[in-house]
Design a binder for this molecule. Sequence first.
Ligand code: C2E
Ligand code: MG
Ligand code: MG
Length: 594
Amino acid sequence: MLEQVVGIAAGLLVAGIVAAIVLRRMGAVEARAAEVSRGYRLLFENNPAPMFVYEKRTLRFLAVNEAALAYYGFTRDEFATMTLIDIRPVEDVPALMKNVADSHDRLERSTGWRHRLKDGSLREVEITSHSIDFEGRDARHVMVTDVTEKARAIKARDALADRLTHQSLHDGLTGLANRTLLLDRIEHAIARTQRSKSPLAVMFFDIDGFKRVNEAFGSAVGDLLLMKIADRMRRELRPEDTVARVGADEFGILLEDTELARTKSVADRIFSAIRTPVDIGDETVKVRMSAGIAFNNGSGTGQELLRQADVARQAAKDRGRDRYELFEPGMQEVVLKRARLLTELEKAVSNQELRLVYQPIISLSSSQITSLEGLVRWDHPKDGVVMPEDFIPLAEETELICTVGSWVLEEALQQTGRWRADSARLSNLAVSVNVSPRQLQDPKMDQEIARMISVNGLEAGNVTLEITETRLLEDFAWTVRKLQELRDLGVKIAIDDFGTGYSSLSYLQRLPVDILKIDKSFVDGITKGPEEAALAQGIVRLGHSLNLLTVAEGIEHEDQADALREWGCDYGQGFFFSKPLDVPGVADMLANAS
Ligand code: C2E
Ligand code: MG
Ligand code: MG
């Protein structure tokens, strides 16, 4: 600081301003002039700031002070042969020439210059300069302040600020944009669309069952999975598209200047990239996503557009997941209706609006009823009977499925206990109950089931828990452990809707199950043609080769039952034998069967 003050004072001296003041105070003019000149020389020579004088026309150095010699590292003799250009990097020379040409008589201060030292290093300098008459030559006096360190500190501060800005607009885990940045980009894109009229699309993705991945494998695996998914998404997009992580397992994408066909093809590509199983350590995780897409024509806000995409995503989930839907105005209503249904379902259990119907499972060899599958119905006070497809998937998205599920278990086991007690002939009657994977998360589930079996006078071997194949595979390793715990109680495990999922033979071998329930679609195939019939037979064979009992679902015709019996399928279930019946209906059927 002191150096600067002294340096600037010296610059002013050269300009003659101080000289004028000094002159006024002195006596004889000549003596004063000599004094000033000496004073100036002293200030110039001894100034701690590097200073020099150069001739404007030739750019040759005319005078250099001690500090400049020390600073630049050249000797006085070397300076005598040099021009200003010799202390500038080549690329700065054009700017230098212009600056010299434009220089005024005023004292000038300018920054952003680089000077080269003798050792070749480049320094950032600030220049304070002024035109003078030097021994009759048109010259400029220059004082140099080295600002390299200061510039470095400013650059570091700017970089830090940039980083903080980046952090506040990006997701720390995946490095993707965050919700704030996505919304900002959507807002800007909407504004551009108003002028260009080329539409933009917003996609909203979420991972089906991500919470379960976290619970099954731990959050470190969950984090790795999110990073891999982020990578896969990024790879399917152009650099100018924005992909953001907008929630724990939610991603948003902005496509500008797009139309329906391209948007769909991007969505398709992302879906197929995501469906490839992800290997993390020893685990292979299958990922499924649901997505919604909303288009914008230049009206509305970013928030609205994102919400529309979210509503469409909800609709995709409701329509069976692992898919995307385009937003339509009517969707909002449907989604709201489902939300209302969910609130009402919360009360349905305590209001006793749920009931079970039962469908018999028949031994194909003896034609005897061996078991009953409990199927839930909801007697809605306004909407009438609601079928499980319309509320079970909904309940599965929340903890509600556990309340519904444990009611179903309790009810089915109690009722079976009653039927068995009513007739000695039915003392071996078995029961099947559908179970959602989420129920398996309840750590007390095995204790609960053991209790229900014992209080209702059942044997564990007469209770089957059915789990849908597609759900089983969502987090395989964890499910295997859970099923094994249940099986240790002695209950049987059935894979429901078998053939609709992706089970490979190796998966099947590792699953602790007892029964394959062959999906209705294969049973339908039996009467369609030889190829499809062979497929159904193949599945029966597969079950047997794995030592599993086989149950064919959805038998509607006698010839289907005959073929299955011939192939050695163990059990059958379907409208051909009986539709699901209420409790009195079952009692009648059981009485008639005797
Ligand atoms: P699921 O366990 O595969 O049950 C068989 C479904 O197929 C039942 O439909 C049954 O009525 C129907 N079905 C049986 N035979 C035939 C036939 O010959 N033809 C036709 N067209 N359909 C037949 P439902 O009762 O609507 O149940 C549908 C699904 O809802 C069930 O499939 C099951 O996955 C689920 N579900 C039902 N009750 C419960 C429950 O208490 N808890 C859980 N988690 N899921 C349940
Ligand atoms: Mg079932
Ligand atoms: Mg089924």
